[in-house]
Design a protein around this ligand. Structure first.
Ligand code: B16
Ligand code: MG
Length: 213
């Protein structure tokens, strides 16, 4: 049993599955620009910021350059497409086991927080009805460096007034696992990231978290 006072949840891929919406929006843009974009490239976008995601996609446009102005326009266009699909989100999109896990943590007196790279996190949390559940929400609007930089988790720990050693991060992306470890926190990996040996705990389902707190 560990001494965790707080659990910091990633959003996309942990609490709700918005990854496919990101993929479809980027895919429309990549196809229009005739840039190769598939699941392998998409995988590298998990947990990283919108502009960094665009940078990764454009790096596959061999020999072509894009001005800063064009990059900003493309990122805005992607966000418009993405936001249209977010409109359909509702509490039924909360991933299986999430509510039971949040309830279990609260019953144990453990604070719960969100640490997401997404600037759309407040909108998404609102749509799925979870805005009021977390003691602290740190998202892409509050940070200057995206995961794998630890900034998002360090800021969450500061706001929680919790020592990093007593915070547990839950992540689905390798960039997020690395960010949590760099913040000197233990990391529980779900989904994709649970295949990596990097994480402190590798979970088959999110409820397994309750075994470690
Ligand atoms: P936005 P997370 C991340 O969310 C996504 O995994 C990543 O694919 C996306 O590029 C990033 O948010 C920025 O999202 O364009 O909405 O600001 O996993 O950190 O919750
Ligand atoms: Mg994620």
């Amino acid at each position: 049993m560990n001494n965790f006072n707080a659990v910091i949840f990633d959003l996309d891929g942990v609490l709700v599955s918005t990854d496919d919406y990101h993929y479809k929006a980027w895919k429309q843009i990549a196809d229009r620009l005739e840039i190769p974009f598939d699941e392998t490239v998409n995988h590298q976008l998990r947990g990283v910021s919108r502009m960094e995601s665009l940078h990764i996609i454009l790096s596959h446009a061999e020999g072509r350059t894009f001005s800063e102005e064009t990059r900003v326009e493309l990122a805005e266009e992607k966000n418009r497409l993405y936001r249209q699909t977010l409109n359909q989100l509702s509490p039924t999109d909360i991933l299986p086991g999430v509510i039971e896990t949040l309830d279990g943590l609260e019953a144990r007196g453990i604070a719960i927080a969100v640490g997401s790279s997404s600037k759309n996190a407040p909108f998404i949390l609102d749509k799925i009805g979870l805005s009021e559940r977390f003691a602290v929400i740190v998202d892409g609007n509050h940070i200057t460096k995206s995961k794998p930089d630890p900034e998002v988790f360090l800021l969450a720990a500061t706001k929680l007034e919790c020592a990093t050693a007593n915070c547990l991060v839950v992540e689905d992306a390798i960039a997020g696992v690395v960010a949590g470890l760099r913040a000197d926190m233990q990391v529980a990996a779900v989904g994709d990231a649970s295949k990596s040996a990097l994480a402190t705990y590798r979970l088959g389902s999110i409820e397994e978290l309750l075994k470690f707190v």
